[in-house]
Design a protein around this ligand. Structure first.
Ligand SMILES: NC(=O)c1ccc[n+]([C@@H]2O[C@H](COP(=O)([O-])OP(=O)(O)OC[C@H]3O[C@@H](n4cnc5c(N)ncnc54)[C@H](OP(=O)(O)O)[C@@H]3O)[C@@H](O)[C@H]2O)c1
Length: 285
């Protein structure tokens, strides 16, 4: 039996679907009771659990062979670090209490570093806390999600494709979340003997190439606008992010520029869903 958190989200749902397709027993962890039925119809068990509830998490994962876990971003909180640490304390406590032998964590490139990477610092601390429980941790260090393009569709419909980087012409590896789900399911089904980290690398695209694909899907020409570094946080605030969140995301973009998110894991896997497929799905949705 494999427990899968975040099953109403992109990577968690893909992980659960891949496990079910492989014939594995799956217990999805959802926090919304209304989402239970859809998983039962697909052949999974379901538990209603909040990741911040250590005792409920322990009960939900006890006896399972493996757990897929993530550190969800919540940009509505007053303190991103305090939120990340509260989720981490609960999840790592539940992992220790339950004695579950294997955890696959959705992490990110740069999670080996303790600071300078914005929201990824929370994933650094979660990796450390999970390793300290004695479980075998497989940390999947993902690069940039292809689905992040979805955040730009509204601006693109108005003809603009903003770029939060020094150049729109540097290719950056981008991963489709369905590929991450497939990778997580494989990692659960064939656990490593000892804790390890894996860079998950997708095909590389420059932002100008992504803008071209998005423009084709939207049937309009997009103006690629490269924002200077000092405009990143203000632009994010204009887009509705709270100032401390905007600063944290701007730090993440600066970390990209400084190479802090480069692959440095124990090994790497390559995945290959092209951005065209992801953008077709996003624009059709
Ligand atoms: N964006 C990137 O480029 C990038 C790169 C590397 C790593 N990551 C990692 O990927 C994560 C996002 O993965 P995703 O796209 O699959 O996420 P997603 O689609 O946003 O889904 C998040 C999932 O977590 C659940 N969740 C949130 N808070 C919870 C709580 N307190 N208790 C229980 N469940 C909770 C959500 O449930 P509800 O449906 O109830 O909200 C949902 O199922 C990020 O948080 C980050 O850790 C992102």
């Amino acid at each position: 039996m494999y427990a899968v958190a975040g099953a109403t989200g992109r990577v968690g749902s893909a992980t659960a679907r891949h496990l079910l397709a492989d014939g594995a027993e799956v217990r999805v962890l959802v926090r919304d009771r209304e989402r239970v039925e859809e998983w039962i119809r697909q052949g999974a068990e379901a538990r209603v659990v909040d990741l911040g509830d250590r005792a409920a998490m322990r009960d939900a994962i006890t006896g399972c062979d493996g757990l897929f876990i993530l550190l969800p971003f919540d940009f509505t909180v007053d303190d991103l670090d305090a939120y990340a640490d509260a989720v981490t304390t609960s999840v790592a406590g539940a992992v220790a209490d339950s004695g579950i032998p294997h955890v696959v964590m959705l992490s990110a490139g740069g999670a080996d570093l303790p600071d300078g990477t914005g929201p990824i610092t929370g994933m650094h601390r979660m990796e450390q806390a999970l390793r300290a429980t004695g479980t075998v941790l497989t940390a999947l260090r993902s690069g940039h999600f292809q689905e992040k393009v979805g955040d730009l569709i509204e601006a693109a419909r108005a003809g603009v494709y903003p770029v939060f980087a020094a150049s729109a012409d540097v290719p950056v590896p981008m991963v489709a979340t369905r590929d991450l789900g497939a990778t997580a399911a494989r990692a659960l089904l064939s656990p490593d003997a000892t804790s390890t980290s894996i860079d998950v690398r997708g095909p590389a695209y420059s932002e100008r190439e992504v803008a071209g694909v998005l423009g084709t899907a939207l049937e309009r020409e997009l103006e690629v606008v490269v924002l200077p570094e000092d405009a990143w946080a203000p632009a994010l605030i204009d887009a509705g992010f709270r100032p401390h969140v905007a600063e944290s995301i701007a730090e993440l973009y600066r970390a990209y520029e400084r190479g802090l998110l480069a692959p440095r894991a124990d090994r790497a896997v390559r995945v290959d869903t092209p951005i065209e497929d992801t953008i077709t799905g996003l624009t059709a949705a």
